[in-house]
Design a protein around this ligand. Structure first.
Ligand code: HEC
Ligand code: HEC
Length: 159
């Protein structure tokens, strides 16, 4: 289990559920409807808590050259999304990241130490399957990923 899971309500606000089940309602964060739309059109809107703030900043600095895609936004949306991602980032809870990972700026969730560790039994060939495409396609194996559900008992690897 991740120490912190971020999941979205229907009313587009985010709240945090700690390891011990306490809910810390995130009132200071801007509403994230813009992120849902703009960052959820090509792939699912990845959880902010899966990368540190400096990674989100680096990613948001380079949207016109985003993994071979042009993901540019107008200034207002860009600032709103950046603020939200950094606020809700792993900086709140560094447990999912190893110290060495936290020291460098990596903009891929799939290259973080915790991700590689959790997926060390999934071979690169499996991630490349036609039915999956890449490790970044979380939903292929975790059908509840867009709702923050990565329960290991619900993982189904497509053929
Ligand atoms: C025009 C399509 C498009 C849009 C819009 C888009 N992305 Fe992406 N994104 C991609 C592609 C393509 C990849 C690479 C996927 C892969 O490796 O299979 C990617 C990868 C990523 C990754 C790395 C995934 C990994 O490997 O861990 C992150 C993080 C990410 N995007 C965040 C965002 C955020 C935040 C936004 C909104 C500001 C956004 N994306 C908007 C196309 C897009
Ligand atoms: C090819 C299928 C596949 C893809 C794609 C995939 N995962 Fe996983 N994931 C797994 C498997 C298998 C496990 C290990 C389950 C176990 O421990 O038995 C796992 C475990 C996890 C866990 C730990 C769950 C727990 O309860 O310990 C998290 C969190 C997670 N994945 C997140 C992601 C995210 C985020 C993405 C996309 C960026 C992703 N996964 C993409 C197959 C996949």
């Amino acid at each position: 289990m991740l120490a912190t899971t971020v999941h979205a309500d229907d009313d587009h606000e985010e709240h945090f559920k700690s390891k011990h089940g306490h809910h810390q309602y995130n009132t200071a964060a801007p509403v994230n409807a813009t992120r849902k739309t703009e960052c959820g059109s090509c792939h699912m809107a990845y959880p902010p808590g899966m990368l540190p703030g400096k990674s989100w900043n680096a990613l948001m600095d380079n949207l016109p050259r985003h993994f071979g895609s042009n993901a540019s936004l107008d200034k207002k949306s860009e600032q709103e999304i950046r603020q939200f991602l950094v606020y809700a980032s792993a900086d709140r809870d560094t447990r999912p990241l190893r110290p060495a990972e936290a020291a460098k700026t990596n903009i891929r969730i799939t290259r973080t130490g915790w991700f590689l560790h959790k997926h060390d039994e999934v071979s690169p060939a499996v991630f490349r399957r036609k039915s999956i495409g890449s490790a970044a396609n979380c939903m292929a194996c975790h059908s509840g990923a867009d709702k923050g559900n990565y329960d290991e008992h619900a993982v189904r690897i497509p053929r």
